[in-house]
Ligand binder design. Structure first.
Ligand code: 13P
Length: 254
């Protein structure tokens, strides 16, 4: 039985004051949720503050970063290593988010290297995969997702996905208000699991596969009810404590 996970991706949002208020509300509202794992992925500079606040409240909410360097140290101005993230309490890190891929030129091989860097340091990577609208319309969804997964499997082996997290985020559903239907999402999640099962059934059965793309309190329960959807990666709605908590509750009841 896979534990449901709901992770918030705050993206490039927040201030000291707004993040403290948001986090306090999420901490308070999530104390009774005992089945779902909850995580928040904060911008780098807020990680120490968020970590302190979580520790002060003895909160079970886990901390994640939104990106990581593929390098462990050296002349890479602006980069942040997996070891640094771990020092500030991160247990998760997003890898290969579609915004990194589309806006910052990150290729499959770069994402795979970041995945490997996270794993080497004992962080749990949340590997983001998903197709654009054009790719879906061309019937290329499975090919695109397979290619993105294969980059990681080729570099680090399928076993590196054991206890990792995969997030299926169709690009056309991110920030658009256009959610994939539960069946559309389930179809891709089932494809991902069956693809992994060809290499290793234990890994396929154990890996958590999250859905992301316009998840809200109002649609979370029907998505999380699908057999291969193990929770969600939440963008916009994670900035609203009440909406995020409603999603966490749906995960807790899934
Ligand atoms: P939205 O929930 O705002 O569509 O964003 C999804 C996402 O990109 C999470 O990583």
């Amino acid at each position: 039985m896979r534990q449901p996970l709901v992770a918030g991706n705050w993206k490039l949002n927040g201030s000291n004051a707004s993040i403290e208020a948001l986090l306090n509300a999420i901490i308070e509202g999530s104390t009774a949720l005992d089945k779902v794992a909850v995580a928040v992925c904060a911008p780098y500079v807020y990680l120490p503050g968020v970590n302190d606040l979580l520790q002060r409240h003895l909160s079970s909410i886990r901390l994640g970063a939104q990106d990581v360097s593929e390098h462990s140290a050296g002349a890479y101005t602006g980069e942040v290593s997996a070891a640094m993230l771990q020092e500030f309490g991160c247990s998760y890190v997003l890898v290969g988010h579609s915004e990194r891929r589309a806006l910052f030129g990150e290729h499959d091989a770069d994402s795979a290297n970041k995945f490997a860097a996270a794993r080497r340091q004992g962080l749990t990577p949340i590997l983001c995969v998903g197709e654009t609208l054009a790719e879906r319309e061309q019937g290329a969804t499975e090919a695109v997702v397979a290619r993105q997964l294969d980059a990681v499997i080729t570099l680090t082996g399928v076993v590196s996905l054991a206890d990792a997290v995969i997030a299926y985020e169709p690009v056309w559903a991110i920030g658009t208000g256009k959610t994939a239907s539960p069946q559309q999402a389930q179809d891709v999640h089932a494809f991902i699991r069956s693809k992994l099962a060809e290499a290793d059934t234990a890994v396929a059965n154990g890996v958590q596969i999250l859905y992301g793309g316009s998840v809200k309190g109002a649609n979370a329960a029907e998505l999380f009810a699908m057999a291969d959807i193990d929770g969600g990666l939440i963008g916009g709605a994670s900035l609203d404590a009440q909406d995020f908590l409603a999603i966490c509750e749906a995960g807790n009841n899934a």
